[in-house]
Design a protein around this ligand. Structure first.
Ligand code: S3P
Length: 172
């Protein structure tokens, strides 16, 4: 496409609880751009939390909606977009994001992530009913999907402010 890096949307990907929303908001603030959280957009449309959408409509329906909302925002410019941890499971989502946007993978080691699980479990349907081993397998499976991108920021030793600054630095 013919838009410059400066005008391109920025998409943040990574596992649940990697800080996509927190860091995305900071990047948006620092660059004076609009921030969009795809899960929030979906929840606003349905007027219920994602856990309820999964329960009432099923994961496939959620994924379909997720893809539609991401496609809509990818067509815009200058947005900072945080997508859910499962969004990149869909090839069409990966393709549109990688073509239309600059994608950053917020990487986090398993050891750093596993302590956050209790904060996430109630609001993340994908984690519910799984053993620690199953969650660990999910974590590593997902990592291999996220890895296939240009930019990666390892956030293990960074606070959100520092992570946002490294994203901005990589853009220049
Ligand atoms: C999901 C991640 C969640 C949300 C939904 C499914 C996943 O987003 O989209 O619960 O499959 O990894 P976060 O990555 O923001 O937690």
């Amino acid at each position: 496409s013919c838009i410059s890096t400066k005008e391109k949307n920025i998409v943040l990907i990574g596992f649940m609880g990697a800080g996509k929303t927190t860091i995305g908001k900071l990047v948006a603030e620092k660059l004076s751009r609009d921030f969009v959280d795809i899960d929030e957009e979906i929840e606003r449309e349905f007027q219920i939390p994602t856990t309820e959408i999964f329960k009432q409509y099923g994961e496939n329906y959620f994924r379909k909606k997720e893809k539609e909302v991401i496609e809509k925002y990818c067509k815009e410019k200058m947005k900072i977009i945080s997508v859910g941890g499962g969004a990149f499971l869909q090839k069409e989502v990966r393709d549109i994001c990688l073509i239309e946007c600059t994608v950053f993978f917020l990487d986090l080691s398993w050891d750093a992530w596993k302590d956050r699980i209790s904060l996430l479990i109630d609001s993340r349907p994908v984690l519910q009913g799984k053993s620690m081993d199953e969650i660990k397998a999910l974590f590593y499976n997902r990592q291999s999907i996220y890895e296939k991108n240009h930019y990666k920021v390892l956030t293990d030793n960074l606070n959100p402010e520092e992570a946002a600054n490294s994203i901005i630095h990589l853009l220049q």
